[in-house]
Design a protein. Structure first.
Length: 226
């Protein structure tokens, strides 16, 4: 089935939004916001995806992917995350640069290229931002690990598991402050006006606005004092 890059972008967006919403149908307005297009543009594309058997729409309730639509979305996501890992590990791209590069390349690589990239990387299970990579059988990856950093109370020590990769400026901001997957943080202060201050492992203290802290998924670490 030959699909345009735009169609694949829509399927990927619906997949992400559907899983963020616990499997609920995705509304046209949410897709429009995610892709930064107008609702009429979304409606037109959803009609095309439905005609191809890739999406299932219900009037006034939204859209879900069909099994075939989900499989296409997972393939694009696998391409994207493998490319991010390859660009970071072998071409010296920073983790704040790779998202846009992978967006451009993900639609154009062959399955043979994908297999070679996976082999060179020794079949990674997560990308540089900690997001799970669908396996070669395109089985849905496990649910994201952990909760938003903004959910944790003062005195809690946590490990960074994943950082949302959609905003390069936020990625660069976090990277410069050492807030990367695998790093431990201790929540030192949660201000009532939305600032979360953490002490970074082997580093200094960093204050993160709440809208930035929400992009960081973490899991708690048991310490001797806890």
């Amino acid at each position: 089935m030959m699909l345009s890059a735009v169609m694949e972008d829509y399927l990927k967006a619906i997949y992400h939004l559907q899983h963020e919403g616990d499997g609920e149908r995705v509304r046209t307005s949410a897709i429009a916001d995610h892709l930064e297009v107008t609702p009429p543009t979304v409606t037109s594309m959803l009609s095309k995806l439905e005609e191809r058997g890739l999406a299932d729409r219900e009037k006034y309730k939204g859209v879900t992917l069909t099994p075939e639509g989900e499989r296409v979305a997972l393939e694009v996501i696998r391409h994207h995350r493998l490319l991010e890992a390859y660009l970071t590990e072998h071409l010296d791209f920073t983790w704040s640069e790779v998202h846009d590069e992978a967006d451009r390349l993900e639609h154009h690589i062959s399955e043979a290229f994908e297999e070679r990239v996976a082999a060179v990387l020794e079949d990674p299970t997560v990308d540089p931002h900690g997001a799970p990579i669908p396996n070669a059988d395109l089985e849905p990856p496990a649910e994201p690990v952990g909760e938003s950093l903004s959910e944790y109370e003062e005195g809690t020590t946590v490990e960074v598991r994943e950082v949302n990769d959609r905003n390069p400026e936020i990625l660069e901001y976090l990277s410069e402050r050492g807030v990367n997957p695998g790093v431990s943080l201790t929540v030192e202060e949660v201000a009532p006006f939305g600032m979360v201050t953490v002490r970074v492992e082997d580093g200094g203290t960093v204050s993160l606005p709440e809208d930035v802290a929400r992009h960081v998924r973490v899991t708690p670490i048991q310490t001797a004092s806890q």
